[in-house]
Structure formats: C-alpha cells, structure tokens
Design a protein around this ligand. Structure first.
Ligand code: M6R
Length: 368
C-alpha cells in the first residue's frame, strides 16, 4: 500500500508529478481554460472586482501563492486570509467579490464558516478541493477539484502542489474572461504549467542530500526558513511541515525582514534553510537574498540552500545545497517545496516520530 515506503508521506511526496498532471488534465480545451462544474459564467468572472482567498494551514500557503499569480495575470486585487480570522473582522464583500476557498478535505470548519459568511454577503464562492462531494464544494458556486488522490499522511504534500496548479488555473480563467491576457499568452502560461510534472519528477530524482540531512539536523533546537516573493510562502510551508512532523521550533521569515529583528536570532550552528529565487528570473531578488545568506553565514548560521541548477553564486555560502530545475518564477514553488517536505519527514524519522500520524493533529479539522 505504501508502495515500498516506510511512510505514506514519502509515497505521497513521490506522487506529486501525477497529482499536478491530473489536476491540470481536461482544463485546456480548444485553446481555452475550462473550469469544472462551473456555475459561474464568463460574465460572472468579468464582474469580479476583488478576490479573497480563504484557507487554513498548508492550503493557506498555497493561497498566498495564488495572490502572486492572480494579481500578476489579472490586475485584480487579491487578499489572502486565514479562514479562522476572515469572518470575525467584517470583510468588505459583495456580489462582485470572488471568494476562493481552498481545502484538501473540503470539511474544514473554519473554511466552511468563512464561505457561509461570504455567501451571506452575496459574494461568489469558488472551492478548490481534493474530496469529491465534500461540504465546502457542495456549498460553493463552483469547484475545481485537485485530483491528487487520497492523502493518508496527516501532513499535506501532494495536495499542496496540486492546489498550486488549481489556483493558477483560476488565475488564468480570470485573465481569459477579463481579457487581461491574450489567448496565446494564456496558452503559453498553461503550457508552462503543464510542463511542471516533469520538472517535479526531476527534482524527486536528486533528493539524497535531503535524506542524509535528516540525521544531521535532528539534534537542532530550532530551524529558520527564509524566502522572498514566491519563495516566502514556500518557506512558511517548510516551517509548518517541520513543526508538525518533527515537533521542532521552526519559523519562516520574508528575507527582507531579517534586519528588522530576526537576524538577532542567528547564532553559531543555527540551521537556516534559504529558498533562492532564480538568478535569471528575478535577478534583483536573487542579489538581495544572496547578500542575506552572506549576512547569516558571517554570524555562524549553518546554511541549507535550495537554488536553481547551476547557480554557482550560492556555492560559497551554502553548507548544504539542493538544486532544483530552472522553471518560470511563478512555478518555482512546485519544485522548491519538495526538498523541504523531504527534509521535514527525514528529520522527524531521525527523531523517531511517526511521520504519518504526528501527535495532537487530525487530518481533517471539523471543529472551529
Ligand atoms: O483539509 P484542509 O486543506 O482544509 O486542511 C487545512 C489544514 O488543516 C491542513 O493543511 C494542515 O495544515 C496540514 N496538516 C498541514 O500539513
């Protein structure tokens, strides 16, 4: 059942190329993005003047990535909010607001209550869900299913990467309906997305260092994660995986915030995992992050760097290096998350914990 793996989580990490491919399948027909079970017309999508994304945990991190893509492609303002906070602060919603609710289980109480609140205020609700016929899609105006297959491990892995793919489909569907991207641009973005399962599969082939790192970092008291732009939600997701599986203090920062406080935490031997942007895609961000790595190295941090294949500039500052394939900027999270998932699982394993069933957690959180 576990496909020769000791834990479901490791099997599910390896299923990510298929999870992304299956999520995209059938969504590009006759040169157009099509969404499933669509009870939102093109006119409804054209009327949207603001997008809210609501979700919890890992799904929330995928939502943070949706903001980068949707704003870039559609010029619509996007707010991403923890579902548990959303309805208690009286958000501004009306019939031109699109609320995207992301939930693997489709049963998360906080997310369900958030969409009920949104519907009461006449907003349109689109669910992204991995579970057929669950409550959240049933109460939504439209749904896109992530076809990641059942996820047994409590830690979300393949559903995260599948959610990123689904979120980007929403962005492209909005751009197409609103005309903010020409049809050939939409087609190009979709083709780049559709090439990702192969890049994810290549990333999975070179994870030996991630495996060996588990034992080395297992004794650390804390681990910090740094990223910028789309690397920041990836860092947040890496830290969540480590907390939930290895019961270690793990915290992620937007790298630009370092000098506003967190750099005081850096001390000799503290592991810091850095998600580097592509040197070609975002040269300015790359240069800034490179100087952040130099700063923390100078203060004794033990640097673990996730960087694009062949990015020699990071070599002098990376004590441990994971190379991921070169892909377009918005798609980088689909590859850079993978070593972080493996590192968290391997640290947990080295500490002797049950990777599939971490303490105090349930797969589906049906109470608020
Ligand atoms: O089923 P959902 O996607 O709504 O669940 C949301 C969170 O509870 C979930 O992502 C949780 O954070 C994961 N266990 C993290 O790995």
């Amino acid at each position: 059942e576990k496909g020769g793996h000791e834990y479901f989580m490791l099997k599910e990490i390896e299923e990510q190329p298929a999870a992304v491919a299956n999520t995209l399948r059938g969504h590009f027909v006759d040169h157009r993005i099509v969404l499933d079970e669509q009870r939102l017309s093109d006119q409804d999508l054209r009327d949207v003047d603001k997008v809210f994304v609501v979700a919890c945990g890992t799904a929330y991190h995928s939502g943070l990535l949706a903001k980068y893509a949707i704003e870039h492609w559609t010029r619509l303002p996007v707010e991403v909010e923890l579902a548990s906070e959303f309805r208690y602060r009286d958000p501004v919603l009306d019939r031109c607001t699109l609320v995207v609710a992301i939930s693997q289980s489709g049963e998360t109480a906080d997310t369900l209550e958030a969409i009920r609140h949104a519907k009461d205020q006449k907003a349109r609700v689109l669910a992204i869900c991995n579970t057929n016929g669950a409550q959240i899609p049933r109460e939504s105006d439209a749904v896109i299913y992530t076809h990641a297959g059942p996820e047994i491990g409590v830690a979300a892995t393949k559903t995260f990467t599948a959610q990123i793919a689904a979120n980007y489909l929403v962005g492209l569907a909005l751009a197409q309906a609103r005309g903010t991207k020409y049809p050939d641009e939409v087609a190009r973005e979709f083709r780049e997305l559709a090439a990702m399962p192969e890049a994810v599969a290549r990333t999975l082939e070179s994870l030996e260092t991630a495996r060996s790192l588990g034992g080395e970092l297992a004794g650390s008291k804390a681990v910090l994660f740094l990223g910028r732009h789309v690397g920041y939600p990836v860092a947040l997701e890496g830290a969540l995986k480590l907390k939930e599986l290895a019961y270690m203090h793990a915290e992620a920062f937007a790298a630009g915030e370092l000098k506003h406080g967190p750099i005081a935490l850096i001390e000799e031997g503290l592991p810091v995992i850095v998600v580097m942007p592509s040197p070609k895609g975002r040269a300015v961000l790359h240069a800034k992050l490179l100087s952040n790595i130099q700063e923390i190295r100078a203060r004794g941090a033990r640097t673990v760097v996730i960087a694009e294949e062949g990015d020699e500039t990071v070599w002098p500052f990376a004590q441990h290096l994971f190379e991921v394939p070169a892909v377009p900027t918005l798609l980088q999270p689909l590859v850079s998350t993978i070593p972080l998932q493996v590192i968290a699982a391997e640290i947990a394993r080295a500490r002797g914990y049950d990777v599939d069933r971490p303490r105090n957690l349930a797969k589906s959180v049906t109470v608020e």
